[in-house]
Write a protein that binds this ligand. Structure first.
Ligand code: C5P
Length: 398
């Protein structure tokens, strides 16, 4: 999404300006051409040299600088920009943009660009909560600008409240999402499940599995970056929530079943991708108190959990995952037929660097016509994109 893109990063005079260096660095590392425009006030907090070094590109600080190749045509950056991101954005720049003022290079660029604009406010809590700032932000939202943050917390002025620059991950995730809006999943609603469910035995113990949730989270992010509206239904994981997706947290297989089948979280979906490792069995009885170690052995009865994929009904594309330790293709194909799936993504969990917990995965994608696509060992994000390629193909056939 970001590689090869022309990104204008506007930096304004907020104490959070130093955080823009990390944004510039991450975008450059992801392959973007990052053109930084600093307001005069921003140069009091951080030097242009920092951005020059991080991006390897000229940094614009003046509207009419005769030594800069950029300022000859003062709207050149605006025209070339795939996206303009202002982070941090002060109350002042927000007011100027809302009013259509163009008295410096940054607000001039915003006025002249046809690309999308993301604004990440950072300021004192009172400035942020001031009705005039709120009104300006509402105006910008109504005009199609994307506002990310601010977050609440400790502010450099010593107060606590709304006004901290949003997390860098949230800003980068938002850039990815906005750049991907016209992707091949634009307008589609994709529901993804992730993580291993936890089936309680007593108030402090549960049965679970080694699923890390990485595959499902990669699918959610990849679908978001291709323009989809994403709902991620996740069992507990240690992963950060993918930004700009709707996240529904569940614990047990039963809870996931209720969200998907009873509450119909998939009713409007174009595809359901079940990457979650849903427990097949759960303790038949959950002890109300902590089970004591009074006997040498302990026998516990387990019962089947509801089969979510096998029961859910609807016209959406159904994608299942099959973690197998033997007869990979035959078992996966049987599961595809038995659960009425459109696609099944099978992985051999005994293969090194593949499957649960790993950052990479080696999978075979099988469709309803019996076509078998064996992929090499790939990062989970790439596997996610290959699975989504198939989903797009199926959606286009409809
Ligand atoms: O039958 P098995 O558990 O191997 O099937 C795996 C696929 O079915 C996965 O996509 C998993 O998310 C889903 N599943 C389910 N409900 C269950 C168990 C698994 O939807 N109770």
């Amino acid at each position: 999404m970001i590689s090869g893109k022309n990104i204008v990063l506007g930096v304004t005079g907020s104490i959070a300006a130093y955080k823009a260096a990390e944004i510039a660095s991450q975008l450059t590392q992801a392959g973007a051409k990052v053109n930084v425009i600093m307001t005069k006030a921003a140069t009091e907090f951080i030097t242009p040299l920092t951005f020059r070094s991080l991006t390897g590109r000229p940094v614009v600080t003046e509207m009419f600088d005769i030594t800069s190749e950029m300022s000859v045509e003062h709207v050149a950056l605006a025209q070339a920009a795939d996206i303009v991101v202002i982070a941090p954005a002060t109350a002042n720049i927000i007011a100027k943009i809302a009013a259509g003022i163009a008295d410096d290079m940054l607000c001039g660029t915003v006025l002249a660009t046809k690309g999308p604009v993301i604004i990440a406010p950072a300021m004192n809590v009172n400035m942020y909560e001031n009705p005039v700032t709120q009104e300006n932000l509402s105006k910008l939202r109504a005009r199609g600008f994307t506002i990310v943050g601010p977050a609440s917390g400790w502010l450099a002025c010593g107060e606590t409240g709304m006004g901290r620059l949003a997390d860098i991950d949230e800003i980068i995730g938002t850039i990815r999402q906005v750049l991907g809006r016209k992707g091949d999943l634009a307008g589609k609603r994709i529901v993804v499940t992730a993580g291993g469910t936890q089936e309680p035995l007593d108030p402090v113990r549960h049965i679970s599995n080694r699923s890390s949730g990485k595959m499902g989270y990669a699918l959610a992010e990849a679908a978001r970056d291709r323009g989809a509206q994403v709902v991620l239904i996740t069992a507990p994981t240690t992963l950060p929530k993918p930004v700009r997706t709707e996240v529904i947290n569940v614990g047990t297989a039963q809870e996931m079943y209720e969200v998907i089948v009873i509450k119909k979280a998939v009713a409007q979906a174009d595809a359901l991708i079940m990457a979650a490792a849903v427990a097949d069995y759960r303790p038949a009885k959950v002890s109300e108190s902590k089970i004591k170690k009074v006997t040498d052995t302990l026998t516990m009865e387990l019962e089947r959990t509801p089969d979510i994929l096998g029961t859910v009904e609807g016209s959406f594309i159904k994608v299942g995952f099959a973690a197998e330790s033997e007869n990979l293709i035959a078992n996966a194909r049987a599961k595809l037929l038995q659960k009425g799936l459109d696609l099944i993504v099978a992985n051999d969990i005994t293969a090194p660097d593949s499957g649960m917990g790993a950052d990479t995965n080696q999978v075979v994608i099988i469709d309803r016509d019996g076509k078998v696509d064996e992929l090499p060992l790939l990062p989970k994000r790439e596997v996610a994109d290959r699975v989504l390629d198939k989903v797009v193909e199926l959606l286009n056939k409809r």
